[in-house]
Structures are given as C-alpha cells and as structure tokens.
Design a protein around this ligand. Structure first.
Ligand code: ZN
Length: 258
C-alpha cells in the first residue's frame, strides 16, 4: 500500500534519516513538509531539494503573523517565487490560542491568499476556532480559484460544506483515531471521498495507540486506517484514494519521475 503524508513538519523531527527510512518502509512515498515562518519555510525548501520524496509548502502561520513586517514579508514572497513550493501555507486564523493579534492574522492570511493566486498554488489553511471567518476570508479573496486544504479539519458540517463548495479539501489527522472524535468520524462520511486527504501534522497529533510518542510520517498509515474505519471502506481503497487526492491537489509527480 502507498500513502502520502500531506502535512508534516520535518524540520522539527530528530533523526531525519531514520524518520525518512521508516516512512519508506511503511509505504509513505511522498511527504509535504510545511513552513510556518521564514526560517522553517527555508528549511522545508532545503529538505525538498535534498530528498526526491519531500515537497515544500512555504508560508506564515497565524501564530507568527506579528513577525511579518514589510521586509520579512518580502523575503517570504521571494522564497515562494524562487523555490517552487507545491503550496502556500500554512496560513490562516487561530482564535483559540490568539498568539498574534487578530488584525495581524487577517492581514497575513489575506496576503498569502493573494500570493497563492499569483503563483497559482493551492493553500494549506490552518483554522482553529475561527471557522466562520476563515470560510468568509477564503470566499471574499477568491481562494476557490486555487483551492487547497483545511488541514487538521476541526470544523462542523456547516464549515465543511462552505469550504467544499469553494473547492477545498479536508485534511484528516490522527485525531480521527481518538476515542472522543465521534463527530469527526461521522462528518467524514458526508464528505465526497475525492476531497479527503490524510496527514500526520508530525511531530504533533500522534494517532492512537501511540499517543504520547512523537509523531512521524510513517504513522500516516495509521491515520489512513482510522479514516478507512470511519468510512467503513477497505484500507487499500482509502489509501489509493487519499494518495491520488494529495497528488492531484499538490501536483506531485509519480514517484520516480523528476
Ligand atoms: Zn502544521
């Protein structure tokens, strides 16, 4: 079976050679590693240049929004133009932790949507307790032209419908394996299967039964098993489906192709 981890933070993992070997062993053939600020976006593009199976997304997380003065933003934009990432993000709104002021979060989110439209790249969107406004901003700024993924989807059916209407996909993490995630397991059954992606968000959100250990891309196989169980469909089918979905969204090559 083959998998794609559509959202990892490889720069945060110790023993990268070991982690990449374990991923290959588990059938994870491609990994999208995600920038959250200038430094981690640079790290992501370097990892993508160094490893054929790794692809980068360049962006600024809402937690880091306050960092983005004009020169910071210019450097991020230059990196996004020059390093040929597969997506822009993660970007979005986080009204749960509110680590940056909301006006700054909105401003850098809007700028990254505009950048994605200019570069014709999909968006990797972070939304935590900002469902209505995230959906409204995506619609208002015409993000449906490029689409993307609401990573670690945590919204309700209403939000799912709004972003699905805009052409977005939903990223499913190890949360789907957690005992208290019954609502998510019910929600995924109502989502068109071509709009479901799997991701680890490693080193965070380790799936059960390994919760408490650091997460890694190899564990996306377990996320897929959790999703397959929720959908009541064979694992093989859900693996093939989510792999095709991620490859299409991020325009990833077939493994082995340049
Ligand atoms: Zn993330």
């Amino acid at each position: 079976m083959r998998f794609i981890d559509s959202h990892a933070h490889l720069d945060l993992l110790p023993d990268l050679p070991g982690v990449l070997a374990a991923a290959s062993q588990a059938g994870v053939e491609q990994i999208v590693t995600i920038g959250v600020d200038l430094e981690s976006s640079r790290a992501a593009t370097k990892l993508a240049a160094a490893h054929a199976q790794v692809f980068a997304s360049v962006g600024l997380h809402p937690h880091e929004a306050e960092k983005a003065d004009e020169s910071y933003w210019r450097e991020l934009q230059t990196l996004a133009r020059q390093s040929r990432p597969v997506a822009i993000g993660e970007c979005g709104l986080d009204f749960y932790r509110d680590l940056s002021p909301r006006p700054a979060q909105r401003a850098v989110f809007a700028r990254q949507i505009a950048l994605a439209l200019q570069l014709n790249l999909p968006l990797v969107v972070h939304d935590r307790q900002a469902h209505a406004e995230t959906a409204a901003m995506l619609a208002e700024h015409d993000a449906g032209r490029v689409g993307g993924v609401l990573h670690c989807f945590s919204g309700d059916l209403d939000l799912a419908r709004q972003v699905l209407d805009l052409g977005f996909s939903l990223g499913i993490t190890g949360v789907i394996t957690y005992k208290n995630a019954q609502a998510l397991r019910e929600l995924v059954r109502l989502v068109p299967t071509e709009r479901l992606l799997i991701e680890t968000d490693c080193p965070y959100l380790t799936p059960d039964p390994w919760r408490g250990k650091p997460n890694q891309p190899a564990f996306v196989a377990r996320v897929c098993a959790g999703l397959a169980q929720a959908l009541e469909r064979p694992l093989e089918e859900v693996a093939a489906l989510t792999t095709a979905n991620a490859r299409r969204l991020f325009a990833l090559p077939q493994p082995g192709e340049a």
